[in-house]
Design a protein around this ligand. Structure first.
Ligand code: SF4
Length: 151
């Protein structure tokens, strides 16, 4: 059975516009973008197991304090990510995935409220850059929210 591990967990305000998100940095990104800011997360064997029980416990602890759960990666193990996303949705929370891919499979997007796509390309910059290749989409409307990241 597939499983995911994470190396960091934090509550964040800026990564998903308008949401207070509990964010997990998932171990094992296979994309190896040059200049990746999270290369310390590439080893899939490191970090704590992100189990259903653990996530449920955290969601209960943060009840009424968070509005969204954000996964930095994890789409490379869809059988492990899907039940976690469903658990968040069942708790009435929004969900967001930051992926380095340009597209993510439909079973995953069906469980997402927000999706960031596109690899890190240093010359183009991240979501706060007007030249970025990355796209942050509100999947409820299909519209890009990139403009909300520009200062
Ligand atoms: S997708 Fe993100 S985490 Fe993965 S290698 Fe690229 S920049 Fe790093």
């Amino acid at each position: 059975m597939q499983s995911l591990r994470f190396i960091a967990e934090q509550v964040v305000w800026q990564e998903v516009p308008g949401e207070v998100s509990l964010a997990f940095t998932v171990s094992g990104c296979p994309l190896r973008c040059p200049g990746c800011h999270s290369s310390d997360s590439w080893d899939a064997q490191q970090g704590l197991l992100l189990t259903d029980n653990y996530l449920q416990q955290r969601i209960t602890q943060y009840e009424n304090l968070i509005t969204c759960v954000l996964f930095f990666g994890g789409e490379w193990r869809p059988e492990a990510l899907l039940p976690l996303l469903k658990l968040c949705r069942a708790a009435g929370l929004h969900t967001c995935l930051y992926s380095g891919l340009d597209a993510v499979a439909e079973p995953i997007t069906a469980q997402l409220t927000f999706l960031k796509t596109g690899p890190w390309i240093r010359e183009l910059g991240g979501l706060d850059s007007p030249t970025t290749n990355q796209v942050f989409t509100d999947l409820r409307t299909g519209k890009s929210l990139n403009h909300l990241f520009l200062s």
